[in-house]
Design a protein around this ligand. Structure first.
Ligand SMILES: NCc1[nH]cc(CCC(=O)O)c1CC(=O)O
Length: 300
């Protein structure tokens, strides 16, 4: 029997079960041949501080990595957005499910333009904060954390006038009616947003092959391009960076944006790539075009 590890949040459990059912369908397994094992992470426990402050993306992956390498689980399911750019060599990304709607949704108003003057935007994401201030300098950013449902409840309770959440998470949680999608022309998503990935032990070729069978090659190619951009930027979860790779008429397109924290400066790129690795060139172009202040936010 395979053991599939996941965080215990409602969204993580839904995503783990999507993977479980995809594997069952692809291989004709009985339901009891694969079990979901929820694992509590530091990121789930500490809800009161911005995650950038308490240690970044490793908060979500550390405990799952340990369980995977110890053999307590055979695969780990993650939102790719929460997976660090640099992973241990002992762990391999074996596959990604087809990507969902990559956009952010605005909750609390029908559009950014209709937010009242000085509205308080609840977000702990440096990217979302910077993009909102780029669009509307009058907006105030207030910290807001918690699971998707917690954040929606906090806005309803008036802790913020509006928030932003990934459409993919809302759809997977069965909440497609919540909020209004923000057009990609207005706001690019976080790199890897909307993609669910499955990791295995790098030396476990058998599980890796089973998992590869459910992988969506287009999603994988696009997310690898976005991750290559982050790697070349030495970006982490503190970095205000947005990026989206798509495949249009068979061609790989990468759009990206770097911003200062207050959104007062930004640089953008929109390039066709020969291969996902070419994202590194786009990273260099962006950094070359950035002011020293903006460049200084990245590891260069
Ligand atoms: N950082 C938390 C997180 N990680 C993945 C998602 C949503 C699903 C996704 O982007 O794939 C979310 C919540 C959000 O940003 O709204």
């Amino acid at each position: 029997m395979l053991r599939l590890g996941t965080r215990g949040s409602p969204l993580a459990l839904v995503q783990a079960n999507l993977v479980r059912h995809a594997l069952i369908a692809a291989h004709g397994w009985d339901a009891d041949e694969i079990e979901v094992v929820p694992i509590r992470t530091t990121g789930d426990r500490v809800q009161d501080r911005p995650l950038a402050e308490i240690g970044g993306k490793a908060l979500w992956t550390k405990e799952l990595d340990r369980a995977l390498l110890a053999g307590d689980i055979d695969l780990a399911v993650h939102s790719m957005k929460d997976v660090e750019t640099i992973r241990p060599a002992t762990i391999a990304i074996a596959a990604m499910l087809p990507r969902e709607d990559v956009r952010d949704r605005l909750i609390g108003a029908p559009a950014i333009a209709s937010l009242p003057q000085g509205a308080r935007i609840g977000t702990s994401s440096p990217r979302r904060a910077a993009q909102m201030r780029r669009i509307r300098q009058d907006l105030a950013i207030v910290a807001l954390r918690g699971n998707v449902d917690t954040r929606i409840a906090k806005v309803a309770a008036g802790e913020a006038d509006a928030t932003l959440l990934a459409a993919a998470g809302l759809e997977r949680l069965g909440r497609p009616e919540v909020g209004a999608p923000i057009p990609l022309e207005t706001m690019l998503p976080a790199p890897s947003q909307g993609a669910v990935g499955i990791e295995v032990r790098a030396d476990d070729a058998a599980t890796r092959a089973l998992v590869a069978a459910i992988g969506d090659r287009i999603t994988e190619r696009c997310v690898f391009a976005e991750r290559a951009l982050l790697a070349a930027l030495s970006a982490d979860c503190h970095s205000p960076v947005a990026a989206l790779a798509t495949i249009e008429d068979g061609r790989l397109r990468l759009r990206a944006e770097l911003l200062t924290r207050d959104g007062s400066e930004s640089v953008t790129a929109d390039r066709e790539l020969g291969a996902p690795e070419d994202a590194a060139k786009v990273a260099r172009e962006l950094l070359d075009a950035a002011s020293p202040a903006l460049r200084g936010l990245f590891g260069h």
